[in-house]
Design a protein around this ligand. Structure first.
Ligand SMILES: [Zn+2]
Length: 335
């Protein structure tokens, strides 16, 4: 566990050098493509190419080019499909290759998003998620990746999602082009530069004086799925204010003390989750019926019994929600 973290957050463990100074070099990507030491991961639609149990599939430039050109049916992969993720201790570069969301995938593998809404470890087309040679959603395999791979894969998924959703200039509407080794987009009409967006969201383990935990069920979730409350920080609002507002809006529970526990990127498509423990001073629950359709308090014994009975599905292990629940619980919950 990263000693900087109060709670262990799978997608926030990495300390890989992001090599930000290299991005401004015009030849950063061509030089990396020409270096036989360069390692490449492949990203597409919130997922990564995997290799074996819970591992990123790492390619040489030559191998990934050959596979990508065959899959895409092109003579050469365009230069703006490559993202510079960082540098290894020995100076070797790490790249991501973006494949279009609609790109065909090799036989026997399913689309990356097939597992997004399935419980962690659920079987998908082409094999069990994260355990075969294929594609897996970062949501599913994120917790099983080692710290370095988790950080690089998270960065790749975040950048890929931003490029997908921001092809045009927000000022004039003209198409933009990729710059800075994949870390910005430039509008050649008005000269504006645009950088990857990260939207702050708060997520909170609400606990009462009896040390019970409040979990809610969102309207869009599968039956039995419960998690910590969460919501986006609004314009002109602090994170702490957002915690109190969201809890009140969604459940009518009133919170006073709010304690920061840690943050984790959640690139689906562009959130930064700010995790809190919040203390409830009014515990009567009335759900809003819109975003949250059910919510209730759990003792540890009640939570354990519900998980064992299969009536409570907790969030996946890559999520900060799971980390906040297990921090309150006092240990790993087997489910
Ligand atoms: Zn413009």
């Amino acid at each position: 566990m990263n000693p900087e973290l109060l709670v262990d957050l799978p997608l926030a463990r990495s300390r890989t050098d992001r090599a930000a100074l290299l991005r401004a070099e015009p030849e950063a990507v061509p030089a990396a493509l020409a270096d036989p030491r360069t390692r490449v991961l492949v990203v597409r639609d919130g997922g990564i190419r995997t290799d074996g149990p819970a591992g990123v599939r790492w390619y040489t430039v030559a191998d990934v080019r050959a596979e990508a050109e065959a899959v895409l049916g092109v003579d050469a992969v365009p230069l703006d499909a490559w993202l510079l993720l960082g540098a290894e201790d020995d100076g070797a570069r790490v790249l991501a290759l973006r494949l279009p969301d609609h790109a065909p995938v090799p036989a026997g593998t399913g689309p990356a998003d097939a597992a997004v809404h399935a419980p962690a470890g659920a079987t998908r087309a082409g094999g069990a998620a994260g355990t075969g040679d294929g594609w897996a959603s970062l949501r599913v395999v994120g917790a099983a990746l080692d710290a370095r791979d988790a950080g690089l894969a998270t960065t790749a998924v975040a950048l890929d999602a931003w490029h997908d959703r921001h092809p045009r200039c927000p000022r004039c509407g003209a198409p933009t082009r990729v710059a800075q080794a994949g870390w910005s987009r430039v509008c050649d009409v008005d000269g504006s530069e645009h950088y990857p967006r990260t939207d702050p969201a708060v997520i909170m383990a609400v606990v009462d004086d009896a040390d019970r935990l409040l979990l809610g069920h969102a309207a869009t979730w599968p039956e039995g799925r419960y998690s910590t409350l969460a919501g986006f920080v609004e314009a002109g609002e602090s994170a702490e204010q957002a915690v109190r507002r969201e809890v009140r809006e969604e459940t009518d529970v009133v919170v006073d003390r709010v304690e920061y526990r840690g943050s984790q990127p959640w690139p689906f498509p562009g959130s930064l989750m700010l995790g809190y423990r919040a203390h409830a001073v009014r515990t009567n629950v009335t759900v809003d019926g819109q975003e949250v359709t059910a919510a209730r308090w759990y003792t540890r014994a009640e939570l354990t019994a519900a998980v064992r009975a299969g009536t409570l599905l907790l969030p996946g292990r890559a999520s900060i929600a799971r980390a906040l629940v297990e921090e309150w619980f006092g240990g790993r919950i087997e489910a």
